[in-house]
Design a protein around this ligand. Structure first.
Ligand code: MG
Length: 248
C-alpha cells in the first residue's frame, strides 16, 4: 500500500515537472516569422461540377467551337463534342504550364476493334498525350490504357467508369524547358482521373510516339491543347484551362 502511494506521488511529480518544462519552453519560444511579405492569394470563384473556376479560360461549354480550330461545328451534338464528327481539335490559344479539366465519355458500345474503342487523347502542346480509351470493359496494354502517358507510363490505378459514362481528367502540366537545343527540364504531368491520382509529377520522355522511344525532337514550350480523333465517337464536354507559372 505504502509502495503504491509512493509510486503515485513519483508519477504525478514527474508529470508536474514535465508540464513545467513545457510551459517554460512555450514562454521562452519566440514567434517564428519567415520575413517574407506574402501577397494575398487572388480571390476566385472555384466553380462547381458544371461551372469552371472564375480565372479559367473556358474551352468548351456545350455551345460552339470558337476556341478551337480544325473542327466541324456539326460535330456538336446535345451540347457535347463528338470527336469523330468534328475531327481533331486544337485550341487557337497556345499554353505552356497549365491546369486542364476535360470531361469525356467513350461510346457505350464498341465502335471499332479493341485498339480503337474510345480511343482519343488530350495532347498538351499538341504532342504530349494523356491517353483516352475504353479501359473498363476493354484493355489494350498498360501504358496504352486511359490515364497513361501514352506509350511511356501507365496510370497508377485504373479508376475507369463504365463505357458511355462521363469521366474526368484534371491535368497539371509543366512544359519542357530548353537552353538552346539542350533539354534542361522535361515536361511533367500530374493527372487526376475521375478524381483519383494516376500520375504524379511524371516526367515525359517527349512528344507521343507509337512503338518508338520518344525523344525531345520538338523544342516548343507552348502550344495548343489538342483532342485526338482516332476513329471512335468519343464525346467531350466542360473543358477549361488555367494557364499557370509553375516553375518560377
Ligand atoms: Mg489516343
Amino acid at each position: 500500500m505504502f509502495q503504491q502511494v509512493t509510486k503515485n506521488v513519483r508519477f504525478w511529480a514527474a508529470v508536474a515537472a514535465l508540464a513545467g518544462l513545457g510551459l517554460a519552453a512555450h514562454l521562452m519560444a519566440a514567434e517564428w516569422k519567415s520575413g517574407i511579405v506574402w501577397p494575398e492569394p487572388k480571390v476566385i470563384d472555384p466553380g462547381d461540377a458544371t461551372k469552371a473556376p472564375s480565372d479559367a479560360i473556358v474551352l468548351f461549354d456545350g455551345k460552339d467551337l470558337s476556341q478551337w480550330e480544325g473542327g466541324k461545328a456539326e460535330g456538336i451534338e446535345n451540347g457535347c463534342i463528338n470527336i469523330l464528327k468534328t475531327g481533331e481539335l486544337r485550341t487557337k490559344q497556345h499554353f505552356g504550364d497549365c491546369q486542364v479539366h476535360v470531361e469525356w465519355a467513350t461510346p457505350a458500345k464498341a465502335d471499332g476493334g479493341a485498339m480503337s474503342w474510345g480511343n482519343s487523347g488530350v495532347l498538351m502542346l499538341g504532342k504530349y498525350e494523356v491517353q483516352i480509351i475504353e479501359s473498363r470493359d476493354s484493355h489494350i496494354y498498360a501504358d496504352g490504357n486511359a490515364g497513361a502517358l501514352y506509350g511511356q507510363h501507365p496510370a497508377m490505378v485504373n479508376p475507369a467508369r463504365k463505357p458511355g459514362q462521363w469521366q474526368t481528367f484534371d491535368i497539371v502540366f509543366t512544359a519542357p524547358k530548353f537552353e538552346g537545343e539542350r533539354l534542361v527540364k522535361p515536361a511533367y504531368f500530374t493527372v487526376f482521373y475521375n478524381g483519383v491520382l494516376v500520375q504524379y509529377h511524371r516526367a515525359s520522355l517527349g512528344p507521343m510516339k507509337h512503338k518508338v522511344l520518344a525523344t525531345y525532337d520538338s523544342k516548343e514550350t507552348k502550344g495548343p491543347i489538342a483532342l485526338q480523333q482516332h476513329g471512335s465517337a468519343v464525346r467531350f464536354r466542360n473543358i477549361w484551362v488555367r494557364p499557370l507559372k509553375l516553375e518560377e
